[in-house]
Ligand binder design. Sequence first.
Ligand SMILES: *Cc1c(COP(=O)(O)O)cnc(C)c1O
Length: 468
Amino acid sequence: MDKETFKQYGYELVDWIADYFTDVEQYPVKSTAKPGEIKKKLPGNPPREGEGVDTIMNDFKEILLPGITHWQHPSWFAYFPANNSPPSVLAELLTAGLGVQCMVWQTSPAAAELEEVVMDWLRDMIGLPSGMSGVIQDTASTATLCALLTAREVCTGFETNVKGFRKPLRVYASREAHSSVEKGVKAAGYGRENLFYISTDESFAMIPSLLEEAVIKDKEKGFQPTCVVASLGTTSTTAVDPLEAIAEICRRHGLWLHVDAAYAGTAALLEENRDMLRGMEQADSFVFNPHKWMLTNFDCSAYFVKDPELLVRTFDISPEYLKTSFDEQVKNYRDWGVQLGRRFRALKLWFVIRSYGVKGLQNMVREHLRLAQLFKGWLEEEDHFQLMAPVPFSLVCFRYNDGVSSDEHLNKYNQELLERINATGRVFLSHTSIKGRYVLRMSIGQRTTEERHVRQAWELIRREADRL
Ligand SMILES: *Cc1c(COP(=O)(O)O)cnc(C)c1O
């Protein structure tokens, strides 16, 4: 592709994306494609001769777009958000254009140093202890895996890296913890049977006394308690584990404390939401995702550690071909995680934070929290709807409940209700199961979501419930 062609299609593509940001509201939120439908329309073999961008773009619009579920839709209320923003997209384009590999400092000094600076900003923006150091990972799952690997090494005096496992090491998390904890436990070699789930209280938060009991029992059995993963904002209901009490237990028993705040970390941009961080001075690692609720397009996960030395010792490799004369003076992020090659993700974070300012990001969070409380209020006024969990952030868990039907019947009913709501294409909500009950999740966090969208969703939910 020559320069003029690149420019022509580049401008066209930017126009297309700019229009998409506003036109996205006209698409059905959730793709209505059937399994295999898109694949059937794509040729099984690659073209022998190169094709023009026009042809490719046409196929993108005709074939692929109908198979896209529109995460940036203002009526996206499913799962958690993965919101993006114009400045983030611009920076992502620059990142692609530069095409740099940020594995060590000298492969792009600006990338390494900008990463250090924006991660320090981010740490201070959400009120983490000032001594923590940050590194950008692709996802929270990877960050949690890094925490589990570091915990494993610290607990065994860096022996497991050399000799492998000698005795069972135990990991603890609440029953409501994200599935990435189990995945990490498997990948880090602990073995799934060594992940012990702690029961939760009525707000779905870990019960610390049960954690301590489990740790003591495991010690008696000759297991080595190694790591606790505390969740601030669980995926199912955004429950908040009592960090301070958990941290105290970790300190008493010499356990690594990893904090998973993948979604809710963003809420700590507001000082009034920082109570949940009490105890953080004693935590060893912390992760939250700017790619969920902080206008930074996927992927960008912020991982913070108290002692980077331990992280680097876990991952450090020094083959001759990667050695440089600056290694003593600079940060080589290849040793701060699993991957060697790294994208220049700090750039989009920098664009986002500078474009919106701390204030702009705080305003976004404040508005989403307000909308969630508004929705919760409507729900509570309605006889036949039931709030199913506390609403500390911007997720509301609820179900239809006529007050007479059995749970079994209500489960079927609510499942059908959700299918009908989503089939309208006008909103997309997801579900969870709470103590065996089928529950709808209304998660508010899109950049362009306004009160009218939340109101429309509520009217639609009520209408579909009436019809059923
Ligand atoms: C979304 C989520 C994760 C996983 O995030 P990825 O970045 O997709 O790996 C982990 N923990 C919690 C609590 C989450 O909500």
